[in-house]
Design a protein around this ligand. Sequence first.
Ligand SMILES: Cc1ncc(COP(=O)(O)O)c(C=O)c1O
Length: 394
Amino acid sequence: MSIDLPKVQQDLCAANELIHFNNAGASLMPKAVLDCQFEHLTLEATIGGYEAANLRSKEISAVYKSAAKLINAQTDEIALVENATIGWFSALYSIDFQAGDKILTAQCEYGSNYLSYLQLAREKGIIIEVIPSTSAGEICLQSLQDMLDERVKLISITHIPTNGGLVNPVEEVGKIATAHNILYLVDACQSVGQIPVDVKAINCDFLSATSRKYLRGPRGAGFLYVKQSKIAQLNPPVVDVRSATWLDATHYQLQCDAKRFENWENNYAALLGMGCAIDYALDIGINNIEAYTTPLAKQLRQRLNDITNVTVWDIGSKQCAIISFSVDGIEAADIAEQLQHYQINVSVSRPTSTLIDATVRALPNLVRASLHYYNTKEQTDILLKSLHEIIDQS
Ligand SMILES: Cc1ncc(COP(=O)(O)O)c(C=O)c1O
């Protein structure tokens, strides 16, 4: 089955002229997602916030089901959170690290994640080791094998890094983590909604996701998956009346499901919007989304490569719909700004977002064009034509 593009485009709120290639930043919400939030906000304003949440409790519960279905998990393995970082951070800080324990991560690791490892190194004396990449750019599985010893407590990697187009072999890493009984955390912030993500196939203990990127949900929402069999041994960094029950003056009991990673107050309009966006993506089919976006991006990547003055910096044996490039003599921020005059949105990815990789590969500031299934070949033609004009005028 292919994507019903006219329907998808009818569902957009944006003007026809807008070419949105900033889907790895925040993609465009379908009308249904906007309406769902608006409806809940209206209900909150009309009858009261707590009363609205009570009235919509079934729909709120359904968000857990949708998120679980999307990644092939159980509903009690899902925590609804305000963004991927909070979910990821709660997972990391729930692990009982001791001085000398090792975290193995990937060369393309995301800045905020690496900052947390550095904090743990400073506060608890953990050791961070970076798994080298293959010459193609993904995690080198042999190197990972060779780095394992009894001090490795966690393997923590990003599925699709912020830039570089790479899809890391998370399933293969999962096999290694499972065989050695090592905890495994996957940042799926940029893969969920873009390509199939199946926690059983990946065999991870934790997986974090955000609403606003490839899921086309609102900003300020995300979810965390935690494998049921591991929940009992994990102590979330923040405990409140949602994640725990207060028993008496000296005791509390943590929730026995993934709700121990949640906190009490929530933006229910955003969470319901995320649920609606997940259902929308499931209706289209994640396989269909990948089958549409990956070749579209591949073709654009090749055509960008053909332009003298343009360098495409993408890596990996398997690549996704995120393209990173630079233009000789023109700053990435200037390219992004000038493309806005053509009603084309792209973003700029700076070395500090993936500093280890950026240092190894001497990456400049990059223009990031991230495609989704509502983008078209005609839109990529316009991007290329506009880029040629910008280069000619410089
Ligand atoms: C790879 C990766 N992980 C995590 C995040 C953080 O997600 P959030 O902003 O939802 O916390 C980002 C955001 O750009 C990202 O690119």
